[in-house]
Design a protein around this ligand. Structure first.
Ligand code: ZN
Length: 451
């Protein structure tokens, strides 16, 4: 009798020949096996629950090869190849997978890989599909052309069974609830989309809302220009804006009912290198902007300016205090509004001066943003205005020395401009920051920002 591992490899070779055309299976060395011996091997293979570690590894390897072919099928536009593994007895699943392929083709991947991660025991699925049921988390590692400087990663959950010597995909969402919240519900995972490209901006909307997509792309381009005017560090302006009617796309915030304020009208979802199941296991690579579905049709440019500032300031680093992150976004937003001589944020200034500033005791942290977001955003903005508008002496000494963790020190060096509005010049920020002894940011100063 042959070694089980070799037998399973034989199954994989057959399966590839059957489902993916000219699939290479050089890893197994078993392509030449007679069909008869392979069939016997399938019968001899124990159910999933009794697999040895080596057999599990083989199974994973086989499915990895299938997944690799699916990725190639997406890149090459090969619908037949993509669907080859999908259970033909399930028309709804086939339709979903066909739609997935249609959507994926619209995004323009410069690279795409699928591969298995950890397997999951899901007893109801095993009961439904039999002893060979194999549920696994699948990583999707991809790079959108013109958008992602490096590959980013998301995960999905697939269930396979072995049927007539082939692995067949029978479920595509059975473990969705256990996967990463923000990560795995991607814009291509729901209804058919329209992808609008304008310059470096890419906007995703529902297929039926192409006109809205064009409008948002125009507004987004204006927002990119505004960020570039007021954020002096280099940013290429490449950004993906998702403005779909589907609330589940990369979002848990607005389905959780956390309020209706403009602060959650959109958000920037950070992408980490090697992100898995909510673990931020790698450095930040970039962001997507996701617009609250209920506000997608009334989206204002200044809101996008705020969110795009988050995208542009990603290089500042993950350890930046929230008041600085949000304060800079508000700073850029406010200045972009006042680029138009007909607009002013004077009422905003007045609110800060009269309502919030008198009781300011310390810089807003996450709790303050949760408790009273309006106040926290407004004060953060004020502080950044202060930093930017104050003399270089103030820039260096009174604020930054007290509050900057390492990430800010590195990222913000030269990132702000010191000097008063109207006569702005690049500040010479040699920031040598340290935390105060309590570990908390120092308390606020009451000076008004320039202007
Ligand atoms: Zn923000």
């Amino acid at each position: 009798m042959k070694h089980p591992r070799r037998l399973i490899a034989g199954v994989a070779a057959l399966l590839l020949a059957g489902s993916a055309g000219a699939a290479a299976a050089s890893w197994s060395g078993d392509e030449g096996d007679a069909p008869g011996s392979t069939a016997a091997a399938v019968e001899a293979t124990p159910p999933a629950s009794e697999l040895t570690e080596a057999q599990k590894k083989s199974r994973q390897h086989e499915v990895d090869i299938l997944l690799a072919h699916r990725a190639t099928a997406v890149l090459k536009g090969d619908l037949k190849g993509f669907l080859a593994v999908v259970d033909p007895k399930q028309p709804a699943l086939v339709a979903r997978q066909r739609l997935l392929f249609t959507n994926l083709r619209k995004f323009g991947f410069s690279s795409l890989k699928y591969f298995t991660a950890d397997s999951w025991d899901v007893p109801p699925l095993a009961e439904k599909y039999g002893p060979t049921t194999y549920t696994t988390r699948v990583m999707m590692r991809y790079q959108l052309a013109g958008l992602d400087p490096k590959p980013v990663q998301t995960d999905l959950g697939y269930t396979f069974v072995r049927r007539a010597n082939l692995w067949v995909l029978v479920e595509d969402g059975a473990i969705d609830e256990t996967l990463s919240n923000d990560g795995h519900r991607q814009p291509w995972d729901f209804g058919e989309v329209t992808v609008v490209r304008r310059g470096k901006v890419v906007v995703v909307v529902d297929k039926t809302e192409a006109a809205l997509g064009q409008k948002i792309a125009r507004v987004s381009e204006g927002a990119v220009d505004a960020v570039r005017r007021h954020w002096p560090r280099p940013w290429n302006g490449a950004v993906l804006v998702v403005a779909m009617s589907e609330p589940r796309v990369m979002a848990t915030l607005w389905t959780a009912g956390n309020g209706q304020g403009w602060t959650i009208a959109a958000k920037a979802v950070t992408l980490h290198e090697g992100e898995q199941v909510g673990q931020e296991s790698g450095p930040v690579i970039g962001s997507r902007i996701v617009v609250n579905p209920s506000m997608r049709k009334t989206l204002e440019e200044d809101l996008l300016v705020h969110e795009m500032t988050h995208v542009a300031t990603v290089p500042i680093g993950a350890k930046t205090p929230i008041w600085l992150v949000e304060g800079v976004a508000e700073y850029v937003r406010a200045h972009s509004i006042e680029d138009d001589p007909e607009w002013t944020v004077d009422p905003y200034r007045k609110t800060v001066r009269t309502k919030y500033l008198p009781t300011l005791q310390k810089l807003p942290g996450p709790n303050q943003f949760d408790d009273d977001a309006d106040r926290a955003y407004a004060l953060s903005w004020w502080v950044v205005e202060y930093l930017v508008g104050a003399s270089p002496y103030h820039c260096r000494r009174e604020w930054v020395d007290d509050v900057s963790p390492a990430g800010v020190r590195r990222g913000a060096r030269g990132g702000f401009r010191c000097g008063r509005r109207g006569r702005r010049s690049r500040g010479d920020w040699s920031i040598r920051g340290r935390r105060s002894s309590s570990g908390e940011p120092s308390s606020g100063h009451g000076s008004s920002p320039g202007g």
